[in-house]
Write a protein that binds this ligand. Structure first.
Ligand SMILES: C[S@@+](CC[C@H](N)C(=O)[O-])C[C@H]1O[C@@H](n2cnc3c(N)ncnc32)[C@H](O)[C@@H]1O
Length: 205
């Protein structure tokens, strides 16, 4: 087992009990809209796929979809769901900070709730990893927790400025707008503020 596919105990533990807030048993509405618009196509990577709803959604819309996650439990559930639904997908336990060792490049990468888990240093590695795994002209569709969400519960809040700074070199931001995550209710709230962005990978970084 390499560093890239080593399980991360903390994330794996979050899948040991009742579903965590993000694991809603269906794809996020924002990604359903993207799929319906025909944008989840070609060789597609779902980075931090969790239990696989977005990987499966993309495969249902014709993508050759691969999901990766550091949690073996989540990947196990994702594989089971895809098998039960008869969907052709591939799931791997793999660290998104080491996408170069996947030995594959993608036309599309989707990220629902992974970017916001990284601290400042890891965020830089993640963006570099995304650049290495996405072909020039390929599209990244990313949705992360937003600073517009009040309070302190849950993941780190990301600002629009942080997103723009993270992708300011080697990328072109096509769109960046407020959206919402559906969640398993936290203190009664069934949704949380998000940023959703579509970003094109340029040839040079
Ligand atoms: C907020 S959850 C989102 C899961 C899924 N995308 C969804 O929408 O349900 C973040 C996911 O990222 C995974 N994760 C955390 N760090 C990771 C890393 N370095 N590489 C790959 N996956 C990671 C976690 O195990 C978790 O499944």
């Amino acid at each position: 087992m390499t560093e890239a596919d080593a399980p991360h105990p903390d994330w794996d533990a979050s899948y040991a009990g009742p579903p965590p807030p993000w694991d809603i048993g269906r794809p996020q509405p924002a990604f359903v809209r993207l799929a319906d618009a025909g944008t989840l196509t070609g060789a597609l990577l779902d980075a931090g796929c969790g239990t696989g709803e977005h990987t499966i959604l993309a495969a249902l819309h014709g993508a050759r979809a691969v999901g990766i996650d550091v949690s073996p439990r989540a990947v196990g559930v994702a594989r089971r769901k895809a098998a039960e639904r008869g969907i052709d997908t591939s799931f791997r336990v793999h660290d998104a900070l080491h996408l170069d060792t996947l030995d594959e490049t993608f036309d599309t990468i989707i990220d629902s709730g992974l970017f916001h888990v990284f601290d400042d240093a890891a965020r830089i590695h993640y963006v570099t990893a995304l650049h290495s795994a996405l072909r020039p002209g390929g599209h990244l569709h990313l949705m992360c927790f937003s600073d517009r969400e009040p309070g302190y519960w849950g993941p780190r809040r990301v600002t629009e400025g942080e997103l723009r700074a993270a992708f300011d070199s080697g990328w072109r931001i096509e769109s960046l707008a407020p959206d919402r995550f559906d969640i398993n209710p936290v203190r009664g709230a069934p949704t949380a503020e998000a940023w959703r962005t579509e970003i094109v990978r340029l040839a040079l970084q």
